[in-house]
Design a protein around this ligand. Structure first.
Ligand code: HEC
Length: 150
């Protein structure tokens, strides 16, 4: 085998190994997700926030300038529950670039249940943003918001 051939073979083996590790990694990730996903059924609003929102909106909800907005002084967070729930269920990834104000996009959260979204948003509104909640976010409001999406 020439030096070139040996390098090529070594590279090929390296790629195959990397691909194999990738698959193994996915397998492990798949397994580890099963636990927390089930635990989420009873997770607190704070735990749900930490799992699904904190990486972008930060621990205190303060956001990151230009990347994701603060949730603390947000008109949307203080809006009527169905409006807020519809925004969070939908995310911004499907919106055209021109409809987005920030450099990052927000994923959809339709995979969360109505009860989870309600609990999570009560935490965001009450505990983080300090919205005086005359109209708390209920699972019913989230269900109505969901029904209004296409
Ligand atoms: C991957 C990053 C990311 C994650 C995760 C994320 N968001 Fe966002 N969020 C964004 C970005 C970016 C925007 C601004 C979108 C735009 O208008 O350009 C945003 C906007 C918002 C807004 C509107 C704020 C305003 O005043 O305009 C709310 C409310 C919100 N997010 C809540 C949440 C909640 C609740 C979660 C968790 C369920 C969450 N986000 C998870 C990135 C994220």
């Amino acid at each position: 085998m020439t030096a070139e051939g040996a390098r090529g073979a070594a590279l090929g083996a390296g790629l195959a190994l990397a691909a194999g590790l990738g698959v193994a990694g996915l397998g492990l990730a798949g397994l580890s997700v099963a636990g927390p996903a089930q635990a989420d059924a009873a997770a607190s609003g704070r735990a749900l926030y930490e799992t699904h929102c904190q990486s972008c909106h930060q621990f205190d909800g303060g956001g990151v300038p230009n990347f994701q907005p603060s949730l603390l002084d947000s008109v949307l967070v203080a809006a009527e529950p169905r409006t807020l729930a519809a925004y969070v269920l939908q995310g911004t990834a499907d919106l055209p670039d021109t409809a987005r104000a920030y450099n990052n996009v927000m994923p959809s959260f339709r995979h969360l249940s109505d009860a989870e979204v309600a609990r999570l948003l009560r935490y965001v509104r009450g505990d983080l943003a300090g919205v005086d909640d005359a109209e708390p976010v209920t699972p019913e409001a989230v269900a109505e918001a969901r029904a209004g999406l296409d």
